[in-house]
Design a protein around this ligand. Structure first.
Ligand SMILES: Cc1cc2nc3c(=O)[nH]c(=O)nc-3n(C[C@H](O)[C@H](O)[C@H](O)COP(=O)(O)OP(=O)(O)OC[C@H]3O[C@@H](n4cnc5c(N)ncnc54)[C@H](O)[C@@H]3O)c2cc1C
Length: 527
């Protein structure tokens, strides 16, 4: 831990309001409210005496906050970083911990794994975090389907372009990583860095910006410390007290859905291949919404992420009959794509023969175009494969509310406050992109600080251009995921179902298009 230099605080005080962390239904201190306690300028100025200084102050020690601190330590070792986290420091791995992966896990792209230092030529063996129990559930393929649709999307690592610079790396679509071991490994690295200090069980109480956007940000924390920093980064999660405190506007769509997630053991003789599965479920009774089965580092275990109605989540989360839940999911996952109903369902004589012939012709034409695409792309091996069978639930069942949110920009008008990770955006988990987007912004933020330092400028010098670009890129992914969610929600409109099926088949069969999508999902390439 570093001895922190002390600076005199600026006297310009704007307004101060008290932020209080509260706990959500899972007991996590993530939500915050403004208790509208206003401090007088004199009180505030007096409390700034003897403030602790850091070049970058990060609030929130989740994966995004820790990854940012770690990247800064690595790229700019002399930059001082302070991390404020509301919870305890992660505990070291309990001796009794077994091989069952925790359901709080993320499917991460190779680019994100790289940012986290989890990719190396020898896969996990020589990696800097390998000896700290960050185990990866690699996957080379993704299979996406709707049982009521004769279309399957199957993406494979072979779709990725040849990259000479990465020849020494495993070619894969991504890996599933558990949150706990990942945060613990990052945390341990931060603790041993001489320019990094950490406050745990601490929240931000007050925040003041200098009136002209110059100078420093002053932060009062719940441990009665006053901090000053050139850059305040809010990585404090979806309920971000700092975002709320600053009144940052955001676009928001509440899906009225929740995600239910847990770990399952596979049937005796089944192993999960290096494949991530996702089926879109239709029908109120089945529990409409995407159902994913993700590989883990243990070939005998997989993680279920089921995004569905709150009623369905409540029913299955509260049930004691986990066997019934397994049977239900088994049934859904083992049902492959089927033929669609005809464009017009009619009894003989109901539709004029001419119209009936035209519709028949349209259906055949769609099929022919799709078959021709299949022959051209020569991808016959990519037909639907049944996922492994499930045996039992072996973890707690967790649930999360789902919303799509996106702030208008990542840096606040003051230019000294930046929002990253879930503090800036959340997306539907169906594409497994939330953390990937947050880590992409971390990369841009670090690049901008590195460039600013290289030319001897203030850390905020390059923020605008770097973060604007990243915001535009992330926003298009967020909109894309939202649009996909809406498209897959279509279930009773037969012509639209035909169009969707056609679109999926075209995406699957037209090689260049499919490869572009795989590239976008794994390397953050934006169309
Ligand atoms: C069901 C589900 C599945 C998902 N699957 C994927 C996936 O496969 N791939 C993917 O990329 N993304 C996925 N996501 C998204 C991913 O979970 C989030 O994007 C990611 O966890 C965000 O990390 P974060 O560090 O920004 O926020 P968080 O993990 O929420 O961390 C915020 C931190 O800030 C701390 N904090 C909060 N308030 C304060 C305060 N006042 N003061 C100090 N500290 C504070 C908290 O204690 C916490 O440690 C999924 C999300 C869900 C709901």
């Amino acid at each position: 831990m570093t001895v922190i230099s002390r600076l005199r605080a600026p006297t310009s005080i704007l307004l101060k309001r008290r932020l209080t962390a509260s706990r959500n239904s899972h007991g996590l201190p993530l939500a915050a409210s403004l208790s509208a306690r206003w401090l007088s300028n004199d009180t505030a100025a007096a409390s700034n005496e003897g403030a602790r200084y850091s070049d970058v102050l990060i609030v929130g020690g989740g994966v995004v906050g820790c990854a940012l601190a770690r990247q800064l330590n690595q790229r700019l070792p002399s930059l001082s970083v302070h991390l404020v986290e509301a919870r305890d420091a992660p505990t070291s791995k309990p001796a009794s911990s077994n091989e069952i992966p925790h359901p709080r896990s993320y499917a991460l792209s190779p680019q994100s794994l790289d940012i986290l230092g989890l990719l190396s030529s020898e896969e996990t063996t020589s990696d800097e975090m390998a000896n700290q129990d960050v185990k990866l559930g690699w996957y080379d393929a993704m299979q996406i389907w709707e049982a009521r649709n004769p279309a399957t999307l199957r993406f494979h690592a072979d779709d990725l372009p040849f990259d000479e610079a990465k020849l020494d790396r495993p070619k894969m679509l991504g890996a599933v990583v558990e949150d706990g071991p990942l945060v613990r490994a990052l945390w341990e690295k931060l603790e041993s860095h001489p320019q990094t200090t950490i406050s745990t069980n601490t929240t931000v109480q007050d925040l003041q910006l200098s009136s002209n956007g110059q100078g420093v940000v002053t932060v009062e924390t719940s441990d009665n410390e006053i901090h000053q920093t050139r850059l305040l980064v809010a990585a404090d999660g979806a309920q971000s007290p700092i975002r709320q405190r600053l009144g940052v506007k955001q676009a928001q769509w509440d899906y009225g859905r929740q995600a239910l997630t847990f770990t399952v053991e596979l049937s005796q003789d089944d192993r999960i291949p290096r494949t991530a599965y996702q089926r879109f479920i239709h029908g109120q009774e089945a529990g409409r919404g995407p159902l994913a089965l993700l590989p883990t580092h243990s070939p005998r275990h997989a993680i279920v992420v089921w995004s569905t109605t709150p009623e369905m989540v409540k029913k299955w989360k509260e049930t004691d009959d986990n066997n019934a839940l397994i049977d239900h999911l088994q049934n859904l996952l083992q049902t492959g794509p089927q033929r669609l109903p005809p464009l017009v369902e009619s009894k003989p004589g109901q539709v004029p023969p001419l119209l009936s012939n035209v519709l028949f012709g349209v259906e055949r034409l769609l099929e022919t175009v799709q078959d021709a695409g299949a022959m051209l792309a020569a991808t016959n091996s990519r037909s639907w494969m049944a996922p492994p069978k499930l045996s039992k639930i072996v973890s707690p069942k967790l649930s999360f509310p789902l919303a799509c949110r996106n702030v208008g920009q990542y840096h606040h008008a003051s230019n000294r406050v930046v929002l990253v990770g879930d503090a800036a955006h959340t997306v539907h988990p169906m594409a497994g992109q939330g953390l990937n987007l947050g880590l992409g912004a971390v990369e841009s933020l670090v690049e901008s600080i590195v460039e600013s330092e290289a030319v001897g400028m203030d850390v905020t010098y390059g923020l605008d251009s770097f973060l604007r670009k990243r915001h535009a890129a992330n926003s298009s992914v967020i909109m894309g995921i939202h649009a996909l969610h809406e498209i897959f929600a279509v279930q009773d409109n037969v012509p639209l179902m035909h169009a969707k099926s056609f679109g999926m088949n075209v995406m699957q069969q037209v090689g260049p298009l499919r490869r572009r999508i795989v590239q976008a999902a794994t390397q953050g390439v934006v169309f």
